[in-house]
Design a binder for this molecule. Structure first.
Ligand SMILES: CC(C)(COP(=O)(O)OP(=O)(O)OC[C@H]1O[C@@H](n2cnc3c(N)ncnc32)[C@H](O)[C@@H]1OP(=O)(O)O)[C@@H](O)C(=O)NCCC(=O)NCCS
Length: 267
């Protein structure tokens, strides 16, 4: 316990004054610590809007078996999981056309690629989740660094990430393309999650137009959101980056959201 979270790179005075996380933690992967799965699932439930746990990503459970070595976590005392980083390796030809169109295709491709003899040349981040009690301590950047180190260990050249901009849900009616370019008064990008990645050297590749699709009956949507949907139409839902579309006749609701592909080059 108590490993320095900055291990593996040069530490500057700036780190100690501004950037050092308050808590000490160890970096582990799920392959060595499979018993942490339930804590990771609990953390997901705490951190995502309920409806996102019902998306169309078929191979998500493979993170906990085939890809357990690619799931990393920061654990504090008594093996408390304070942050999680989900990644999968796959083969990418380096072109934007070859980027998977959604998370389901991405996961499916990772599963197919692990059955070929060709070695994956890229790692895709799927999610970073920081425990609510440990947020605003700069741990998200530490997790991205840990993902880059994981890629290095596997001789991988790129860390890709389809980003879910964290504050887009506060502007659900603004077009995604407009939102991702929105700036603060001092000229920084408005969205903190995109900002963190770009500050760490990531480059923007392209928009993943429909990263996830969530389809449910009207009553399922009412349960997931705690709202009522009396008529067909568009509804703003808490945590939704775009409106939910309800069709009463078909008795279903459909929600989709875009992500932004970025790439970190692993030296
Ligand atoms: C998004 C998340 C990973 C960020 O981690 P964090 O520990 O809260 O944030 P950090 O302390 O590392 O700060 C990262 C940046 O976000 C900003 N930030 C953090 N919380 C914020 C908030 N509620 N509102 C506005 N900005 C915020 C910080 O100021 C910082 O930006 P800056 O360095 O330019 O000032 C975390 O909030 C989380 O787990 N959220 C739920 C899951 C999620 O959305 N994951 C990201 C998509 S995969």
């Amino acid at each position: 316990m108590g490993q320095d979270s900055t291990k593996g790179r040069k530490v500057t005075i700036f780190d100690f004054v501004v950037k050092m996380p308050i808590h000490k933690f160890d970096l582990i992967n799920l392959d060595q610590n499979p018993n942490l799965k339930s804590q990771i699932e609990e953390l997901s439930k705490l951190s995502w809007p309920e409806f996102l746990l019902h998306g169309d990503v078929r191979h998500w459970s493979s993170l906990f078996n085939i890809f357990s070595g690619y799931q990393i976590a920061f654990v504090a005392e008594q093996y408390k999981v304070i942050a999680v980083g989900h990644t999968v390796p796959f083969i990418w030809d380096g072109s934007t056309d070859d980027l998977p169109e959604n998370l389901d295709i991405l996961m499916n491709r990772a599963v197919q690629d692990c059955n070929t003899i060709k070695k994956p040349n890229c790692l895709s981040a799927l999610a970073v989740v920081i425990h609510p009690d440990y947020r605003k301590e700069n741990l998200s950047a530490r997790m991205i660094e840990a993902m880059i180190d994981l890629g290095k260990e596997h001789g991988i050249e790129n860390l890709l990430a389809p980003l879910r901009p964290t504050l887009k849900s506060k502007y659900p009616e603004m077009p995604f393309d407009e939102y991702i370019n929105m700036q603060t008064r001092n000229g920084e990008l408005f969205d903190p999650w995109i900002r963190v990645h770009l500050r760490m050297g990531a480059e923007v590749l392209k928009i993943m137009r429909e990263s996830i699709k969530v389809i449910g009956t009207v009553s399922e949507w009412e349960e997931w959101t705690g709202m009522k949907f009396p008529d067909s139409g568009q509804y703003l839902i808490e945590g939704g980056m775009q409106p939910l579309i309800i069709d009463k006749e078909k008795n279903h609701g459909v929600y989709t959201e875009p992500n932004l592909w970025v790439r970190h080059t692993i030296a």
